[in-house]
Design a protein around this ligand. Structure first.
Ligand code: SF4
Ligand code: SF4
Length: 206
């Protein structure tokens, strides 16, 4: 083309007058846009350790690490930043996303390069797990059951697991974890049960 396009000429003159569009990083601190999805960070207060974020993470970058030692079961949520591609699914679908603070949210932190991949993690504290009082299987985190009971309000009374969890949360009764057994009885219905044992106690014939 013989002459430069007028639009390009206009852009060249504007850039001369206003300076470059790009930021001066790393010589100047960069300020990301308001909705920028930087390093995801957990909130110990907001996270109920339900593990939903690990199920929706397309990169499988989130681990729910469950440990059972001598009847005490805990879960720690661990996000491996070296595998995260900052898609935002974890924060968008976090169970407590509408709470203050939410369980997980993106910060504006973006300068995350490093050499030690094992150190590139974001994690919660250990949270206690609720175990089935009939078979000992993991149900979910106690904080998750309490969150659900609060959210449901009086409706939670129709679910013995939620009802008993809230009573325990308030200190009105204690944990009654039994050894695994082959039969779940009707009398077990008022206990904290996993879905499988709840089904057995509710609809199976003895
Ligand atoms: S509360 Fe949110 S951040 Fe915590 S485990 Fe559940 S989905 Fe993940
Ligand atoms: S931002 Fe996306 S890839 Fe990263 S942890 Fe969350 S869901 Fe996984």
């Amino acid at each position: 083309m013989k002459y430069p396009k007028l639009r390009e000429l206009k852009e060249a003159i504007t850039a001369l007058l206003k300076g470059p569009y790009t930021s001066g990083f790393p010589y100047e601190a960069h300020r990301p846009a308001k909705r920028f999805r930087g390093k995801p960070e957990y909130s110990n207060e907001g996270c109920v350790a339900c593990a939903a974020c690990s199920l929706v993470c397309p990169a499988r970058a989130i681990e729910a690490r469950d440990v059972i030692i001598e009847g005490r079961a805990t879960r720690k949520m661990i996000l491996h930043l070296d595998e995260c591609h900052y898609c935002g699914q974890c924060s968008a679908l976090c169970t407590t996303r509408d709470d203050t603070p939410p369980g997980i949210k993106h910060t504006a932190e973006f300068d995350l390069a490093g050499f030690d991949r094992a150190a590139m993690t974001a994690a919660t504290d250990e949270k206690e797990l609720a175990l089935c009082e009939a078979c000992g299987a993991i149900i979910t985190a106690k904080a998750h059951l309490e969150w659900a009971a609060k959210r449901l309000g009086p409706l939670a009374f129709s679910n013995p697991t939620l009802f008993a969890s809230s009573l325990k949360g308030m200190g009105f009764c204690e944990d009654v974890i039994q050894a695994a057994k082959d039969r779940v009885l009707r009398s077990d219905r008022v206990k904290i049960l996993c879905a499988k044992c709840r089904r057995k106690a509710t609809i199976e014939k003895f």
